[in-house]
Design a protein around this ligand. Structure first.
Ligand code: VGL
Ligand code: ZN
Length: 224
């Protein structure tokens, strides 16, 4: 893989939005679908959110918000286990089945207690249709319905989005890719994500696809 090239001297203004993806208990250590070291990015995400607010930018949280009967859960398929390969024809579910996670109104679906919710301007929930998963913060996996994120960003005249949170190779990745398709200049905050890497090699693939999509990469030292 090519080395990631980090942008420098980014100055945040009122046309910029930080998209903090799925920083929920179930994706953090101790949760049902924990992303390794996911907790290590919380403080830096808070600092970055503060920077956006101070500079006139916006902060959006996404929240995975599934009904109990969601078909991405292995428990809703006879004889299947979390991690089993599963791909529905229209891409609505897959490429693997998950443990039950982020079930509506459970502790696991709540944002981590250390995440500074008062810095956020908007919460976008996704994954409510039991038959379709929604990795992207913008739309369902089958691309048939949107979450409201695009409408919100349009209403406040956002031109650039900065993606961070969990997980790098699922919800962050799909959010970033859709961001490009929906006309935004997209920055991926690599330090402020952690990945699942299921199936193996998934993180590498995601990064390569984002490079090829002309998504820009940023880290701690990228901001002015
Ligand atoms: C996610 C798998 C299932 C994520 C959500 O937030 O990356 N991954 N649901
Ligand atoms: Zn989910």
């Amino acid at each position: 893989m090519k080395n990631l090239n980090y942008e420098k001297n980014i100055k945040i203004d009122e046309k910029d939005a930080l998209i903090i993806v799925d920083m929920q208990n179930d994706f953090l250590p101790g949760g049902s679908l924990p992303v390794e070291d996911g907790d290590l990015i919380i403080e830096e995400i808070n600092m970055t959110a503060k920077k956006f607010k101070k500079s006139g930018g916006f902060v959006v949280l996404t929240q995975d918000w599934h009904p109990k009967n969601h078909l991405s859960f292995a428990s809703n398929h006879q004889g299947r286990n979390p991690g089993d390969e599963f791909m529905s024809e229209d891409g609505a579910i897959g490429p693997v089945l998950w443990p039950d996670h982020c079930v509506q109104n459970t502790k696991g679906a709540e944002f981590h207690k250390n995440l500074k919710l008062d810095l956020s301007d908007k919460i976008i929930q996704k994954g409510m249709n039991p038959n379709v998963d929604s990795y992207s913060g913008f739309q369902d996996n089958d691309k048939k319905s949107e979450t409201g994120l695009r409408d919100y960003l349009e209403s406040i005249n956002i031109k650039r989005i900065f993606v961070c949170g969990l997980a790098l190779d699922y919800c962050c990745y799909y959010t970033a890719m859709d961001g490009v398709d929906f006309g935004y200049e997209v920055y991926f905050l690599v330090d402020l994500t952690r990945g699942i890497d299921v199936p193996e090699g998934n993180i590498k693939n995601a990064l390569e696809n984002m490079i090829n999509k002309d998504i820009k990469f940023a880290n701690k030292v990228s901001f002015k």
